[in-house]
Design a binder for this molecule. Structure first.
Ligand SMILES: NC(=O)c1ccc[n+]([C@@H]2O[C@H](COP(=O)([O-])OP(=O)(O)OC[C@H]3O[C@@H](n4cnc5c(N)ncnc54)[C@H](OP(=O)(O)O)[C@@H]3O)[C@@H](O)[C@H]2O)c1
Length: 314
């Protein structure tokens, strides 16, 4: 059995990674792509290419839709795809606010359809192992977390610099360390912001956000997201019985390269994988009624809530 996927958009992430993941994945077929420029969609090799997103969701041969549009377009197209009876995998951040995420998951539940945030780093075996270690109290009770994702060089004209289109470093790359955080502490709803600092672009989006949070006495999380700092990714945490580090500069984007995780000096090695492909395979398996892992709605909602808090404070 196979899930026939329709893709909305043929932008950077689709061209660089996800079109190939749909082609390579078991249990999935790249049925359709819609883009404003039909030729750009066709070049990615779907069974059929369209020059509109509506044509994809209306295609009766499409079972599930992957949304890879700019962030402001996520909620409208999640709603349209669910209303058309399609399961949805939507790029991160799922929506622009917690209220929007609640609305989206409520509609999916009402329609009996799957809605999943494509926070691809969560499917990487190293990240799965990290969650497993923490859940089994492998390093005791976690009391410290540090997560950062910074880079420089967003081109002028890109939606990432436009507030109305869901731009800003926090929504773009802050989502990754926040997903790491909600995956590794027992109760994300206990998280409170201690301090947050934004450095803003003249257009209004945050170019850098640094924040300290806590989830109980003696705990601390530090999150950094930036469009103007040197390329850097880090995930490290400390528990009452030890610490875990993800060495290298690819804590959230390890892709087709070997990776390691260090648990109190002991190195665990991971073979190169395409976590986008794993994501497509797992989501397809769940759609087909099998057993697979997908980012739980609880985690997407918790991240949406944190994004709201961090964007409005400071
Ligand atoms: N998982 C990951 O590793 C990862 C990495 C990067 C980005 N993302 C996410 O993927 C999404 C797209 O990011 P991207 O880097 O691929 O962005 P991008 O290259 O700028 O593409 C933006 C997409 O938005 C569409 N769009 C619709 N109206 C538009 C307009 N008026 N102006 C410009 N674009 C318009 C474009 O569609 P057409 O193709 O129809 O022109 C294009 O597909 C975002 O939600 C982002 O957070 C995920």
């Amino acid at each position: 059995m196979t899930v026939r996927w329709g893709v909305l958009g043929a932008g950077w992430i689709v061209r660089t990674a996800t079109a190939a993941a749909f082609h390579d994945a078991d249990g999935a077929v790249l049925q359709a792509i819609g883009a404003r420029d039909r030729a750009r969609a066709e070049a990615l090799g779907p069974r059929i290419a369209y020059d509109s997103y509506a044509a994809v969701i209306e295609d009766p041969d499409v079972d599930a839709v992957y949304i890879a549009l700019s962030n402001d377009a996520h909620l409208p197209w999640i709603v349209a795809a669910l209303e058309a009876g399609k399961h949805v995998l939507c790029e991160k951040p799922l929506t622009l606010s917690h209220d929007q995420a609640v609305e989206a998951f409520a509609l999916a539940e009402h329609r009996g359809l799957l809605l999943v945030e494509a926070a691809w780093s969560r499917w990487h075996p190293r990240m799965q192992r990290l969650s497993e270690l923490v859940a089994s109290a492998g390093v005791g009770t976690v009391h410290e977390y540090e997560g950062s994702f910074t880079f420089s060089g967003v081109p002028q004209g890109n939606y990432r610099l436009e507030p109305k289109r869901g731009g800003g470093a926090l929504l773009d790359v802050g989502v990754y360390p926040l997903h790491g955080l909600v995956a590794t502490i027992p109760d994300p709803s206990a998280l409170a912001v201690i301090d947050v600092v934004h450095e803003r672009h003249r257009g209004g989006v945050d170019l850098t956000t640094s924040a300290d949070l806590q989830w109980g006495p003696g705990t601390r999380a530090r999150i950094t997201a930036s469009f103007i700092q040197p390329e850097h990714q880090q995930l490290a945490l400390a528990g009452s019985e030890g610490r875990i580090d993800l060495p290298g500069n690819d804590a959230f984007t390890s892709w087709r390269a070997p990776s390691t995780l260090v648990v109190d000096g002991h190195v665990e090695e991971f073979a190169p994988v395409d976590a986008y492909r794993i994501m497509v395979e797992q989501v397809s398996t769940v759609i087909l009624g099998g057993t697979g892992w997908v980012v739980p709605p609880r985690d997407s909602l918790a991240v949406a809530h944190l994004l709201d808090m961090l964007r409005t404070e400071g």
